[in-house]
Design a protein around this ligand. Structure first.
Ligand code: SAM
Ligand code: SF4
Length: 491
């Protein structure tokens, strides 16, 4: 695995699927919205919610930009050149807008997400085709903002009122839903108070806020009744979740997962992204106790050097991380561990880098995501001395990725011959083929009838490919162990 796909602004380009939660009568005056999503899963979730809030206004999602009455770029600011990429995309959109205008059709353009938050008014100044700029905490106001923009005002809305957004989304969550894909995201926490010295999140997403337990449960129940079988709880620091329950107490993520595991129809729960400091015993025990909680944990450490961890303000040591991993593996021996690594943070010496490689060798990851350090304006790391030259960062990144790739191959190979539960999610590339997900988040391809999409099936892993596993439906097997994930080798 070379890099984290959910952070590849330049490659993660997709329109969200047509919203399926709109009553047909609301679509009589249909307009089309094209949303391009960059960045993390939280942006994917936000893009889906944007199409939800626009649906009652008569907007239907399209994946053809030229056919869209409204184009929204939902942007990511985590690494450099993000803003420049948005401006060059806006240049391309300008041509489409002009072509539509010649044929008498309107096209409004919005920029949402973290670049919108960071750049604000600068966006409409540099790209006059932009009608509205909406920060990540304001998109629930899209209908009103859009109607103001249609009257000719340039709109820039970058307030940090996360509570208002969550309340609005929860009100929306009570509306009936027709059908949704088997796997979905659910944001439970946003923002961050940790201020790692390399990271823009506390500045673009604001302070840490958790949704209430009732809001989350309502949304999860609604998802289950709409056909969702797997929910991934999202947060920039998801395990720092501290949501208020109806009795006034505060729940951590472990307790929330226990409650969600009681919802009928939700077969699988996941969460991402976690910080080592917030991995408490209750959450570790939940992995041991809950059959629905998948044996996969993304727990970024960023560096294996105590000196660099300190300078990154991560507030833990490498030994703390090892002890944590031991506790997690004791509770869930077969868990797949994943992480994020940054190479070339200011001051990183050969020895610091070797400490990171040593940590990776000791932990043995199932997968990991790695990045060259990118100087983010406004963060303390950007002005630190001893910035590491780009060619050295590239060299270190290549070495680290080679090691992780070996570990990933070994982890995948260890699944050969096992029978495991696979959630069948969609059609594959070839006729008769479906694609699903193993408990350890690996894609699994197999021949199976389309009618099984949305179900969890026992699948025997018969071949290991570079990026996915290949399986065979294991009809009749019913010998899953208590973890519900895996049974003895098939033979
Ligand atoms: N909250 C999580 C944590 O504490 O590990 C990480 C969330 S962050 C949005 C996702 C990942 O982006 C980080 O784990 C880090 O590896 C990477 N990242 C963030 N800022 C970066 C930067 N300035 N340069 C390179 N990678 C960066
Ligand atoms: Fe960024 Fe994660 Fe650090 Fe928060 S904890 S500042 S999101 S890397």
């Amino acid at each position: 695995m070379t890099s984290r796909p959910d952070l590849e602004a330049e490659t993660t380009t997709s329109a969200v699927p047509a919203s399926e939660n709109t009553a047909p009568e609301e679509l009589t005056n249909t307009r089309k919205v094209f949303v391009r999503t960059y960045g993390c899963q939280m942006n994917v979730y936000d893009s889906e919610r944007m199409t939800d809030v626009l649906a009652p206004e008569g907007f239907k999602a399209t994946d053809d930009m030229e056919d869209a009455d409204l184009v929204i770029l939902n942007t990511c600011h985590i690494r450099e050149k993000a803003a420049e990429k948005v401006y060059s995309e806006l240049g391309r959109i300008r041509k489409v807008k002009e072509a539509r205008s010649k044929s008498g059709k309107e096209m409004m353009v919005g920029v949402a997400g973290c670049v919108a938050q960071a750049e604000g008014e600068e966006i409409s100044r540099r790209a006059p085709i932009v009608d509205l700029v909406v920060g990540p905490q304001s998109y629930h106001q899209l209908p009103e903002l859009l109607s103001k923009a249609r009257q000719g005002s340039k709109i820039v809305e970058t307030e940090f009122d996360i509570d208002a957004k969550f309340n609005h989304l929860s009100a929306n969550a009570e509306k009936p839903v027709l059908k949704r894909p088997p796997s979905a995201f659910l944001t439970v926490q946003e923002g961050c108070d940790k201020f790692c010295t390399f990271c823009v999140v506390p500045y673009t997403r604001g302070a840490e806020v958790s949704r209430s337990v009732a809001q989350i449960v309502t949304e999860a129940e609604r998802m289950a009744s709409a056909g969702v079988r797997e929910v991934t709880l999202l947060g920039q620091n998801v395990n720092a979740f501290h949501g208020e329950a109806q009795d006034g107490t505060t729940w951590g993520l472990g307790k929330l997962l226990r409650r969600l595991s009681e919802i009928d129809g939700l077969d699988r729960l996941r969460y991402t992204t976690s910080h080592p400091r917030d991995m408490d015993d209750d959450l570790i025990d939940a992995h041991r106790d809950l059959k629905t909680l998948m044996p996969y944990l993304h727990l970024p450490v960023q560096s294996g050097s105590d000196k660099i961890l300190k300078s990154m303000n991560r507030r833990h040591t490498r030994d703390d991380y090892f002890r944590l991993i031991d506790r997690i593996r004791e509770a869930t021996p077969d868990i797949a561990l994943s992480g994020d690594f940054i190479v070339g943070f200011p001051g990183e010496t050969d020895q610091d880098f070797e400490d990171t490689m040593d940590l990776i060798r000791r932990v043995e990851y199932g997968s990991a995501f790695s990045f060259k350090y990118s100087q983010r304006p406004g963060t303390p790391g950007a002005t630190m001395d001893d910035q590491v030259p780009e060619d050295l960062k590239s060299e270190r990144l290549a070495q680290l990725q080679a090691l992780v790739s070996e570990q990933q191959k070994a982890f995948n190979a260890s699944r050969l011959g096992m029978t495991c539960d696979v959630l069948l999610e969609k059609k594959g590339r070839n006729p008769g083929q479906l694609v699903g997900k193993s408990p350890w988040l690996q894609p699994v391809q197999l021949d199976a009838p389309e009618s099984l999409i949305g179900s969890v099936q026992a699948v025997e892993i018969v071949e290991i490919g570079p990026n996915s596993l290949f399986g065979r439906l294991n009809a009749g097997q019913d010998e899953r162990d208590d973890a519900g994930a895996i049974q003895a080798k098939a033979g």
